[in-house]
Structures are given as structure tokens and as C-alpha cells.
Design a protein around this ligand. Structure first.
Ligand SMILES: [Zn+2]
Length: 508
């Protein structure tokens, strides 16, 4: 007390001690050049970033490692894991063990207007949610293939507005998918305006990533137009050029986005670092008309010789677009690990007939190798492209996207530097989506931190074995709590809901 007195008289409060110091790592803040130094944490926030932190109650030695802001995944499909009744599932270990500390759900138009992800029990990582156009349209007009009536449109607008006022990040769409595909651009603009006036963003799985309907370039133009007319930022989900007809089209897509950005529009994208998308055998090959009425409808049509011929013809064309039978790998069921080409050879059948033989039994998940490495690298190199997982079961992107991007595109191919990798895996998403005090290592920011070994950080998940944890992550902090220590999860569920806060006066 005696020693404190002179300080108090001078009006200087001695600094409170730090709870935790991460000492001696290569610190990549998200905004500055990497340097050797320390991170100090007090409570849930970072209190020190610099060359030498004062002593703390607890020290984590980080020499030889990289210390970075926890990664932010703007496009995940982990809604079910976050809402699971099993506490361990809610920890989302496949993400934590890659250093991902925040994920968005409700993408592709799927987010229910009630935003269930923002409620519920404790989770291992932070979460934010979109209200989804598909969920809203289904609630008001069902699966019908028609435009909404004026009262229906008013109801849909009210659902979007209500969700925005409850904390949605913005409006997500998946215009490729029915019934969202039944909507014209003007309908989407009308709903996106409700998100825009409340500070939200427009996040879209494009109407076409290939040449199925309007084509990739027209779909990008539509997304940009929706952003312009509804006056809100646009984020293109899992940007890609899918299928042989658009291979090599990344430069045209990039040019369109950069024209819009040069004109003052806010347009960004996220991307998963894999050349295969994840889908099912039916979704990959069977024409939509033959799926009307679901699986029963498909099987009925296959028993009609005339319709079967039409289905096989359309499947052959879809198989060509996707790069042929060697470019489809079954990742589920009895044929796991075999390409369609291998299945056809074993059964002595042409590929389409072999696919139908499989489909008659069940509809397995497949990895569809449909993107070129040149396009992937071209998109990745742009400063407006974030890391995303598009995590969906059966694809290694659940367990490995961030780790793979580092190993394959930073270390091996040198498409990005370490600093760029960190900025596009954390900072860019925090800034694009307005996550306050996240995505960077800075005094006052929330202590979401990953410490990884730069020589070992890598994905183990493969297309044949998609559910293997990544290696190399030593420590993860979520809101200042230790969620991973020495590479092992601690069981702490320190994640929070991150509701968006609309500007004053835009909500009742
Ligand atoms: Zn999608």
C-alpha cells in the first residue's frame, strides 16, 4: 500500500497484471509485417502486442511458432454441429484444430429467419448467422415455381427485416437451388434492400457457377447488380469456375468484380482451396427434370425406356461438363474411394450405366473434380478473396481447408505469403462483415488467437479419408480462454453468438 500511494497521488494507476502471455513467436497481427514478440491477454481481450510483454500469471512458450488472429470462416455448413445436443459436437473440433475461432452459418439461402444458431447452448467457436432467401421463400410460398404476389413479397420482406433486427449478418442466397432459382433478380433486390438498410451484406451462391443456366459471367453480373440496386456489399460464396466449359474463366470473373470495386462497390468473395466440389452422384449427373418428385419420381422414369434414354443422354452431357468419369470420386457407401471410371470398369458398363446402377441402390456423396489449379490460384491471389471452408460432410474441406490453404498455397506453391494468408483468413472477413474487435491481434481486440507450428501446420484429411484432424495447431484461444493446448482440445466452450447490430432507427 505504501508503495502504491505515490502513484495514486500522481493519478497513475499501476497496470493490472496480464493473465496470459504467449511469448516469443512470430506475431502476424493481420495488419502489420510479422515480427518476433509477445501477446498479452487480460480477461477476454488482448492487452499487449509487442516485443516484450511483462510477466503474467501464465506463460505459453511460442518460440518457433506463428501467432495469428483466430481464423474466421465466412461460409460453413456447421449449423447442425452448433445446435447439436452433444456437447463435444458443439465444440466444432475440426475447426478449432485448424485455428478457426469464428464461423458463419445460414449460407446458400438456408438460414432460418429465427436465427437458431445465435441461440442455444455454448459452442467452442464464435458464430454469426445469415437469414436465408431459400428459407424465407419456402416459408411464404413453398416450393412453387412462380413469382410472389405483392402481399407475399411484403411478407418475405418483413421476415428479412425481422431477422436483421434480431442480429442477422445479412441476406444469403443460393440462386442455383430450387426454389430460390425460381426468383428473378428484382425479387432478390427487394429483399436485399431490407438487409442493406440495416447494415447487412448480400452473400450469394451464384445462380450459375458453370454453364447450367445463365452461365458464370452472367451470374456474377447479376450478383453485382443486386448489390448496386439494393445498395449493400456483395460477397460471392466459394468463388470458382466449375466445369470444362468455363475452365480458365477466372480472369473474366476477376475483371468483372474489379470493375465494380473500381466503381466504388464493395464486392468480395470467399474460396475453399480444393479442386473438387462436394455433391451427390444424383445432383452431379441426373438432370433436374428427372428429379421432379424426388427419388421415387426418378426411379419411376428410369423404368420407362423412352424417358430412360433421355435421362442417359442428359447425364452423358453433365458428365462431360464435369470432366468425365475419372473426375467423379465416390466418398460414401460401398464404392467409397473409387472413381466412376473405376466403377464402370469393374462392372464392365459404360460410365452413365454404371452411375445409374449405383443410383438405383442409393445416392452416394461424391467429390467432383471440376476446377483448374490455374483458376484457383488466380482467384486466391486477389486481395478481396477470403478463405472459406464450405464445410459439408464427406468432403475433406470440413477438417482441412485452412490448413491446406497454408500448406499447399503458402508453403508449397507460394501463391500467398504467410502475412497474406493470415489477413485473408481472419482480418478481411472481420472487416468485410463488420465483426467488431475481431480478426486482428491488437490491444483491445478479443483474444481469439491461434498458435501454429509453421513446419507442421497441414491438413491430413483427404477425399478418401475426409474426417482426419489437421496437424500443427498448438494453442487456440477463444475470447481469452484456452480452447486448445499442446495440440489437444481442452473442452472449453468459449464461443459466443456475434449478432450484427443494425444502425439506430432501422429497427422497431
Ligand atoms: Zn454454396
Amino acid at each position: 500500500m505504501k508503495r502504491l500511494l505515490p502513484l495514486l497521488l500522481l493519478g497513475v494507476t499501476p497496470p493490472e497484471p496480464l493473465d496470459l502471455v504467449i511469448r516469443g513467436g512470430t506475431v502476424v497481427t493481420g495488419t502489420a509485417a510479422p515480427f518476433l514478440g509477445d501477446i498479452g491477454v487480460r480477461g477476454e481481450r488482448i492487452a499487449y502486442v509487442g516485443p516484450h510483454a511483462p510477466p503474467a500469471a501464465r506463460t505459453i512458450e511460442a518460440r518457433g511458432t506463428v501467432v495469428a488472429p483466430g481464423f474466421i470462416d465466412p461460409h460453413s455448413h456447421i449449423d447442425a454441429a452448433l445446435a447439436s445436443r452433444v456437447a463435444r459436437e458443439r465444440l466444432v473440433l475440426p475447426f478449432l484444430l485448424q485455428g478457426v475461432t469464428t464461423a458463419f452459418v445460414g449460407n446458400d439461402g438456408s438460414g432460418a429467419p429465427g436465427l437458431p444458431a445465435l441461440h442455444g447452448a455454448a459452442t467452442g467457436i464464435n458464430r454469426a448467422a445469415y437469414v436465408g432467401f431459400g428459407a424465407v421463400r419456402a416459408e411464404v410460398i413453398g416450393e412453387a415455381r412462380r413469382a410472389p404476389t405483392p402481399p407475399e413479397l411484403a411478407r418475405m420482406r418483413a421476415l428479412v427485416a425481422g431477422a436483421m433486427c434480431r442480429g442477422a449478418l445479412g441476406l444469403s442466397t443460393g440462386l442455383f437451388y430450387a426454389p430460390q432459382s425460381f426468383a428473378d433478380t428484382a425479387e432478390v433486390v427487394a429483399l436485399a434492400r431490407e438487409a442493406g438498410v440495416r447494415g447487412g451484406v448480400y452473400d450469394t451462391h451464384l445462380r450459375d457457377e458453370s454453364t447450367y443456366t445463365i452461365g458464370l459471367e452472367a451470374a456474377v453480373a447479376e450478383a453485382i447488380r443486386i448489390g448496386r440496386d439494393a445498395r449493400l456489399p456483395v460477397n460471392i460464396s466459394h468463388i470458382k469456375a466449375l466445369g470444362v466449359n468455363v475452365l480458365g474463366h477466372a480472369p473474366q470473373v476477376i475483371a468483372a468484380v474489379e470493375r465494380a470495386r473500381a466503381g466504388g462497390q464493395r464486392v468480395t468473395a470467399d474460396q475453399y482451396p480444393w479442386s473438387a466440389s462436394g455433391t451427390s452422384l444424383v445432383a452431379a449427373l441426373v438432370p433436374l427434370w428427372a428429379q421432379d418428385g424426388g427419388r421415387a419420381g426418378l426411379l419411376r422414369r428410369l423404368d420407362d425406356p423412352a424417358q430412360r434414354i433421355r435421362i442417359e443422354r442428359d447425364m452423358a452431357e453433365n458428365l462431360r461438363k464435369r470432366g468425365g468419369a475419372a473426375a467423379l470420386l465416390v466418398t460414401e457407401g460401398a464404392e467409397t474411394g473409387r472413381t466412376l471410371a473405376a466403377i464402370a470398369a469393374r462392372r464392365r458398363l459404360p460410365p452413365v450405366a454404371a452411375a445409374l446402377a449405383v443410383i438405383r441402390v442409393h445416392d452416394p456423396a461424391v467429390a467432383s473434380f471440376n476446377q483448374s489449379e490455374a483458376d484457383i490460384a488466380a482467384f486466391m491471389a486477389r486481395p478481396w478473396v477470403m478463405t472459406g471452408s464450405d464445410a459439408s460432410t464427406g468432403h475433406p474441406r470440413v477438417y482441412g481447408s485452412f490448413a491446406r490453404k497454408y500448406r499447399e498455397y503458402v508453403v508449397r506453391r507460394r501463391v500467398l505469403t504467410l502475412r497474406q494468408f493470415v489477413e485473408r483468413s481472419a482480418t478481411l472477413a472481420a472487416d468485410t462483415f463488420g465483426l467488431a474487435d475481431r480478426g486482428r491481434l491488437a490491444p483491445g481486440a478479443f483474444a481469439d488467437v491461434v498458435v501454429f507450428d509453421p513446419a507442421r501446420y497441414a491438413e491430413r484429411a483427404t477425399y478418401r479419408r475426409p474426417a482426419l484432424f489437421a496437424t500443427g495447431v498448438r494453442t487456440v484461444l477463444v475470447n481469452g480462454q484456452v480452447a486448445v493446448m499442446d495440440g489437444r482440445p481442452t473442452g472449453r466452450a468459449a464461443g459466443r453468438a456475434l449478432p450484427h447490430r443494425p444502425p439506430p432507427g432501422t429497427c422497431p
